[in-house]
Design a protein around this ligand. Structure first.
Ligand code: MG
Length: 339
């Protein structure tokens, strides 16, 4: 097996703001793994709140020796080697390799990746479409452009939260999910805000308070009329246990946990703890999204929309019907070839 990679600067259609950060473009790493005439595709980029740099990411890829493996169908063995080489860290780099290895193994076995984890495409939840922090006029414009999506997500955690939600509600009645990205700093005010949002058709609240404030998040979850979901507070499988009693659910991301296999393990761990499961993304194009989508039918909530927020997605957008990403029955992750 031979691994190669390339970097692509992915540009957002609009500057995308969340509590504390604005993104206009990000470099994404595209990994390809070739074996016997088949190619597996993967993609990821280091997350802004991880202790992982692009330099570490690329060094890891350079040092990974996949040529020692001749049977990609022995996926577990290869993924164990990849995790060991990363010392349990470098989750985004591992995610790119993991997705490519799944895609390749699926193609060699002639089966779609979702079948490897018993994920039923018919059980795919609708995905949210995310509206970043913006002025009311831009928010209305973005909502009206979210054609085909049946759920909206809004980024809050700033001084204009109510104005933004009111701007959305002036043009749309679609159910809303909220991501405060750790931006709510006072728990009483956060609780008041959640009550206000609950009267405006909101489904749940993602990462309401700073990730290191376990007690405040637990207090809020206990009193909140809406479920809370840990995102920045829960990165890997090892973190899931700690979410119990603090949040109602966890948000899985390929780049946080290390890929499809680790994501599936988080689903199982979360279920055993009675936690809800969400699956989300960072700024990936269709490759990263289709990798995550393979296990999305096993989750309660899906937020896999970043491919549609890009101005230069190098791949075709995932197929969307009734607001749900359609999983392909083609072998692999079901990515539509490069345009
Ligand atoms: Mg989030």
């Amino acid at each position: 097996m031979k691994l190669s990679y390339r970097l692509v600067e992915l540009r957002r259609k609009y500057p995308f703001s969340i509590s504390g950060h604005t993104f206009t473009s990000e470099q994404s790493v595209y990994v390809t793994i070739n074996h016997l005439g088949h190619t597996g595709y993967g993609e990821a980029a280091p997350g802004y709140y991880f202790e992982e740099t692009m330099e570490d990411f690329l060094r890891y890829l350079d040092e990974l020796d996949l040529e020692q493996f001749s049977n990609p169908e022995k996926l577990d063995e290869i993924l164990d080697y990849c995790a060991l080489k990363a010392n349990g860290a470098l989750t985004s780099a591992r995610a790119a390799v993991d997705i490519a290895l799944h895609d390749l193994a699926g193609k060699l076995l002639g089966k779609p990746c979702h079948t490897m984890y018993g994920a039923d495409p018919a059980a795919m939840p609708q995905t949210t479409f995310t509206i970043g922090i913006d002025k009311p006029e831009m928010i209305r414009k973005k909502v009206l452009e979210a054609e085909g999506f049946k759920l909206l997500k809004v980024k809050l955690g700033g001084p204009y939260d109510k104005e933004m939600v009111e701007a959305i509600r002036s043009v749309s009645d679609l159910p809303l999910t909220v991501d405060a990205n750790q931006g709510w700093l006072d728990r009483e005010e956060a609780l008041d805000m959640i009550h206000w949002l609950n009267e405006r058709n909101t489904l749940f609240i993602e990462q309401p308070m700073p990730r290191n404030q376990w007690d405040n998040n637990a207090w809020l979850t206990e009193k909140s009329p809406l479920p809370t979901v840990a995102d920045e507070a829960v990165l890997t499988l090892d973190d899931v246990q700690r979410a119990k009693g603090v949040y109602d659910g966890v948000n899985i991301k390929m780049v946080k946990c290390g890929g499809i296999r680790e994501g599936f393990r988080i689903v199982e761990r979360a279920r055993s703890l009675g936690l809800k499961v969400m699956i989300g993304c960072m700024g990936e194009s269709s490759v990263g999204i289709m990798g995550a989508a393979t296990i999305a039918p096993l989750c309660d909530w899906v937020d896999l929309d970043s491919a549609w927020l890009l101005a230069n997605n190098p791949y075709q957008d995932p197929d969307l019907k009734d607001g749900r990403i359609q999983l392909s029955e083609n072998p692999g992750i079901g990515l539509t070839e490069i345009t």
